[in-house]
Design a protein around this ligand. Sequence first.
Ligand SMILES: Cc1ncc(COP(=O)(O)O)c(C=O)c1O
Length: 396
Amino acid sequence: MEKFSERVRNMSFSQTFVMSNKARELKAKGVDVISLTLGEPDFDVPDNIKQAAFEAIHQNYSHYSPVPGFLELREAVSNKLKRDNNLNYKPSQICVSNGAKQSIFNVLAAIIDNGDEVILPAPFWVSYEEMVKMMGGKCVVVETSIETEFKITPEQLEQAITPKTKAILYSSPCNPSGSYYTFDELKSIAKVMAKYPQITIISDEIYELINYEGKHTSIAEFPEVYEQTAVINGMSKAYAMTGWRIGYSACPDWLAKACEKIQGQVTSGANTVAQRASIVGLKTNPSEYRFMVDEFKKRRDLVYQLMKEIPGFKVNYPKAAFYFFPDISYYLGKTLNGTRIENSDDFAMFLLENAHVGTVGGLSFGSAECVRFSYAASEKDLVEAMSRIKKLLAAG
Ligand SMILES: Cc1ncc(COP(=O)(O)O)c(C=O)c1O
C-alpha cells in the first residue's frame, strides 16, 4: 500500500534524469542513442586531485569530519573566494556539503516557511522549483526570452517582489541558458535588492569557471547586498568531480550557522576523502584546469555553427556553462511524423524517438518553448547528433 506524503505527491522527478534514463533504456535495447541530456563534464578528475584522495585514504581520513567540513577545506574556500572573487568570508561562514545541490537545499530550508515566495528567473535549474515546493514555498517565475539572452531586468525583478518574498534564486552562469550576468547587470540588480534587505539572494555560481568571454562577477561583491547574499559553488563542474559530491555555501554568520544546524541533523559532514582532495583542487591555480574550458569552448563554437543550420531552430549563443537552449516554438502545435508537438517536452521526446538524440525539454526549466542540449560530449557525437536532427526536421 503506497502512503505518500503530500510533499512527495507534489514533487516531480528531475526531468534531466527522466530523459537520461529513457536514453539509457533505448541504448540497452541496442539503439544507437546519443545522449546530450546530462550536465556533467566528460573529463577525468585531474591527477593532482586524485593523488590527494589516495593520500587521504592512506592517512586514514575515515572518520566523521566536522559538520561544515574540515577547517583546512573551509580555509581553502575562504582563500579561493578572496583570490578569485575578491570576497571576504571567514571559514566559519562556510558550510561544505554533499554538492552544491545540498548547499542550496540547506539555505532554502533555513529561510523558507509555508507560503513564502521565492523569485525564480526562468529558465532556471530544474531542482530549484522542486526544492522550494518541498519547503512549502511558492515559486514566483519571472519570464525571459532568447531575445534578452534569457536574462531579467532590474525592473522585472522589482515588479515580482511582494511582502511575502523571502528569496531570489538564480544561477550565473546559467544552467540551462548558458548566459551569465555581467558586472553592470549585477550592479543594477544589486541596487534593487539593497532596498529589500529582508530578501536573501541565493547566487548559484557552480559554473563560475566555465565562462568563455568575460570575468565572472558574484553579486556578493557589491557591498550593499553582501549581508543578504548566500554564494553557492562547488567542485562538480570546473574540476569534473560530479560524483565526488562536494559543494559549499558562503553566507552571513546567522545563515551559515543555520546551514550547519540543518546539515548536522540530515547528513553530517561531506565525504572526508573528497574533502581532502578538494583542498588541493581549490589551492591549485584555476588556469591549470583551463584546458577543459578551452575544449568546451571549441565544442560550443562547433555546435553553434551546426545548430544554426537546423530548420526551425532559433539558436542562442551561450557564453558560459555547457548548454545550448534553442527556441523551438516554430514546431509547437505542429504534427511531425504523426506526433503532435504541444510543448518542448514533447519535442525532446520526438527527437529521442526519431533521431535517437537525447535532450531535455524546457518545461521543467520553466520554458515551454526551448530544449536543452548539453555539449559536454565528444565532437564526434555532437556532429552526428546535429546531423541526425537536421535530417529529421528537414524531412518532416
Ligand atoms: C545550476 C546548478 N546548480 C547546482 C548544481 C548541482 O551541483 P552539485 O553536483 O555540486 O550538487 C548543478 C548541477 O547540474 C547545476 O547545474
